[in-house]
Design a protein around this ligand. Structure first.
Ligand code: RFL
Ligand code: PHB
Length: 389
């Protein structure tokens, strides 16, 4: 087998890159370890920046997004049981769209299956090789049979636990990492959302987030110790704790119900520099992780796709290699700004185990300042709706 670009990983970044390359007639094959139903079933991101929405529109996969996505012009923040609003629209003239990553992935799969059918699911032992040679290739097993694809380039879109990052010689990369001493316990429930807009709450017991997927599907998160076990969190215990952490006006109207998904996710900030080596380009979670507090992970994956697609397009259609050479540098410049913002949202809203009364007063005054300063609100809003790319 031979193709131009082998894409390792069929999550949102791999699928979107594949779609853009195919639209320009650049041959590519996506190798995905899991089944389609497994990829589509993962409950993850929910908030799309305007830039992400535009990319999905350009990719021709926005039919359902345009109809079913919810435009949000603002977000609610709360501290000391007191809420205030950040008016994203007024401050930036942009909005975000609530539309689940599950749906984005489903839309991409359907389009690609119909038009190109170049996704190979359920592959094992994927290994990119000879990336520093003229003729790189990727080997993998499918149904126990060994396969080899020759290619020009490999896009590592295989997430944080993928193989791609690991094939770069360790002495050529620098890893930046911060692991937070808590996790997010998230539930999905078939209940109407407690609020029309997302609520990010700073509370003495820890952070809480009220989000949603649609008018009868709510997504809620609470900060928990990283050592907590999911079995110890009954639905009843979860709802009681969430009610305590949300501002009273919201807690009083919260409709509870049976959870249809419940999981605990660790929080970390992580960057691998550079994001490319020879013929290999890392994209999305394969190169960087942000804590979900700023809703940036999926959106960063999309801006990486934009930069890489642009570089590959110029290489194949115009024979210009400069953008491809600068991919890592350009992508990292945007990545670090999102790393900073996500870290700031996380440190401003969560309780740290060693937190003192002094630290609490600093958080309170940060939020009080934010409530009363248009300049401070603009900084948050600009980052939340997404920096340009
Ligand atoms: P993914 O989604 O991890 O996809 C990688 C794919 O690669 C496959 N794979 C392999 N395939 C072949 N061979 C191998 N050796 C392979 N190893 C792995 C995997 O099966 C998988 O299909 O990475 P990608 O595409 O870069 O996308 C990144 C996003 O999924 C991620 O950043 C977001 O989900 C993060 N995130 C959020 N992002 C937002 O923008 N807004 C949000 O509101 C938001 N909320 C969240 C989140 C992530 C969360 N969790 C669970 C980590 C909320 C949560 C709770
Ligand atoms: C979500 O709806 O899953 C979600 C929303 C906002 C975040 C993180 C996750 O910051």
């Amino acid at each position: 087998m031979r193709t131009k670009v082998v894409i390792i990983g069929g999550g949102p970044s791999g699928l979107l890159l594949s779609r853009f390359l195919s639209l320009d007639g650049i041959d590519n094959i996506v190798l995905e370890k899991q089944s389609k139903s497994h990829v589509i079933g993962r409950i993850r991101a929910g908030v799309l920046e305007s830039g992400t929405t535009k990319m999905l529109q350009k990719a021709g996969v926005s039919g359902r997004l345009n109809k079913e996505g919810f435009v949000h012009d603002g977000i609610q923040l709360s501290f000391k049981n007191h809420g205030f609003r950040i008016d994203l629209k007024k401050l930036t003239n942009k909005h975000v769209t609530v539309y689940g990553q599950t749906e984005v992935t489903k839309d991409l799969y359907e389009k690609i299956e119909k038009e190109n059918n170049n996704i190979i699911n359920n592959v094992d032992d994927v290994l990119p090789q000879d990336l520093d040679q003229k003729n790189p290739f990727v080997t993998f097993k499918k149904d126990g049979v060994e396969n080899k694809i020759k290619c020009d380039f490999v896009a590592g879109c295989d997430g944080y636990h993928g193989i791609s990052r690991q094939v770069i010689p360790q002495n050529l990369t620098k890893i930046y990492e911060k692991v937070y001493p808590f996790g997010w316990l998230g539930i999905l429930s078939e209940t109407p959302p407690v609020s029309d807009e997302l609520i990010y709450a700073n509370h003495g017991n820890g952070f809480a987030l009220a989000s949603m997927r649609n008018s009868n599907l709510s997504r809620y998160y609470i900060q928990t110790p990283i050592t907590d076990k999911i079995e110890n969190w009954t639905d009843k215990k979860f709802w009681e704790e969430l009610k305590k952490r949300l501002p009273t006006h919201a807690a009083d109207t919260l409709i509870t119900g049976k959870s249809i998904e419940k999981s605990i996710a660790p929080l970390r900030s992580f960057v691998c520099e550079p994001m490319s080596w020879q013929k290999l380009f890392l994209v999305g979670d394969a190169a960087h992780i942000v804590p979900p507090t700023g809703a940036k992970g999926l959106n960063l994956a999309v801006s990486d796709v934009y930069y890489l697609y642009n570089g590959l397009k110029k290489h194949y259609l115009l024979n210009i290699d400069n953008d491809l050479k600068l991919y890592s540098q350009i992508a990292l410049s945007r990545v670090w700004k999102a790393i900073r913002f996500s870290w700031w949202m996380t440190t401003t809203f969560h309780k740290f185990p060693e937190q003192t009364d002094f630290d609490q007063c600093i958080q309170d005054s940060e939020l009080a300042y934010l409530e009363n300063s248009i300049a401070s609100q603009t900084v948050l809003a600009e980052n939340y709706v997404g920096l340009p790319f």
